[in-house]
Design a protein around this ligand. Structure first.
Ligand SMILES: *Cc1c(COP(=O)(O)O)cnc(C)c1O
Length: 356
């Protein structure tokens, strides 16, 4: 009994399933269907096995410098971490240390409430409107910080830069974190605002638009002062978070802007025809600016369709949560995968029936 009282007890985040078999069409965790830049492999020969004896650079200088250069900001305005989950967790630890509740949407990335609980940060969720949109006016109340994704997950809806600026300008006493995990698929980045406001952090990741979910690289941009606070906390927690191979791979990857743009373009092109085809089958789809679709069908139970698709070896994401339990989140795969997906749906009773 005694030590039990001293244990930190948490309800962990549940990531999407990673099936053990390879004969599935995997549309459940928003990975990129295309391979990453060839430069990611080519650069590995520059890391000598002998160097692996040594600790890595705690500041990940080469990676930070490459990211800063590509995005046209200073190294001192850039932070790198082990996936944006690590970067966001560090941001929560650094910037959300007040007594007032932090704010984030009621329907959003389901890691935010997990970190808040873990770190004992008070929080309040702000409901999205009926159309599942973030309303900037709802964030004009007392708070200890604000975080939201743009585009939002799992809705895929983007917020315009003017709306984001309104939230930042309206909350000068809070740090506002804009989680841009999907920004490269059709939204506008809030990056320019780091030079206009002292209270904004923008986070991005190599996991989605750069096809490196398996390597774990995320980064953040912010005013120098905020990046310094972030580094101070990181060095106080674990200084050697990024290994030598990852630092080299990340730096090579971010410099290959061409592969990155081409892969984003392919995903967006596929998204356009899949959206149209699913609408023809009777689905209601939110306008997506991300690499996934958020879809509901008036005649079909989403939970049952999710289970049926899984039997057919097609994995999508289903959240059994209030307001969204009749929706599926479908990652955009290759054209071939999405063809199979759409054709398989036509076999499901109730889908496509109003089309003759
Ligand atoms: C995927 C995702 C992340 C984190 O991705 P990493 O792989 O840890 O970089 C962060 N926020 C949102 C909204 C995401 O969907």
């Amino acid at each position: 009994m005694s030590w039990e009282e001293n244990v930190r007890k948490v309800v962990p985040y549940t990531p999407g399933e990673q099936p053990k078999t390879t004969n599935v069409i995997k549309l459940n965790t928003n990975e990129n269907p295309y391979p990453p830049s060839d430069a990611v492999w080519a650069c590995l020969s520059s890391v000598h096995p002998q160097d692996l004896r040594l600790y890595p650079d705690p500041a990940a200088t080469d990676l930070v410098h490459a990211i800063a250069e590509v995005y046209g900001v200073k190294d001192s305005e850039t932070f790198a971490g082990v996936g944006s989950d690590d970067v966001l967790a560090m941001c929560f630890m650094t910037f959300f240390h007040g007594k007032k509740p932090i704010l984030f949407p009621d329907i959003t990335y389901s890691f935010y409430d997990v970190w808040a609980d873990l770190m004992e940060i008070p929080y309040e969720t702000v409901p999205l409107d009926e159309d599942f949109r973030i309303c900037p006016g709802d964030y004009m109340k007392e708070n200890g910080g604000i975080v939201f994704p743009n585009p939002n997950a799992p809705t895929g809806e983007k917020l315009g830069l003017d709306a984001i600026e309104k939230i930042i300008a309206g909350n000068p006493d809070s740090v506002v974190i804009v989680d841009e995990a999907y920004v490269d698929f059709g939204a506008q980045s809030a990056l320019p605002l780091i030079h206009k406001y002292d209270n904004v952090i923008v986070t991005q990741t190599f996991s989605k638009s750069r096809s490196l979910a398996g390597v774990r690289i995320g980064y953040a941009f912010g005013p120098e002062k905020l990046i310094k606070y972030l580094n101070d906390v990181k060095y106080s927690f674990n200084s050697y978070t990024m290994n030598r191979l990852t630092i080299a791979m990340g730096a090579a990857c971010v410099r290959d802007v061409e592969t990155f743009r081409a892969n984003c373009r392919k995903v967006m092109d596929t998204r356009a025809w899949v959206t149209e085809e699913l609408r023809d089958l009777g689905f209601i789809i939110h306008e997506s600016s991300s690499n996934f679709l958020f879809a509901t069908h008036p005649r079909v139970d989403a939970g049952e369709l999710f289970a049926w698709l899984k039997e057919k070896h097609i994995y999508v994401r289903y959240f059994n949560k209030p307001r969204i339990n009749q929706y599926l989140r479908i990652t955009i795969g290759t054209d071939e995968d999405m063809r199979t997906f759409c054709d398989t749906l036509k076999e499901y009773p109730g889908i496509g029936e109003d089309k003759v």
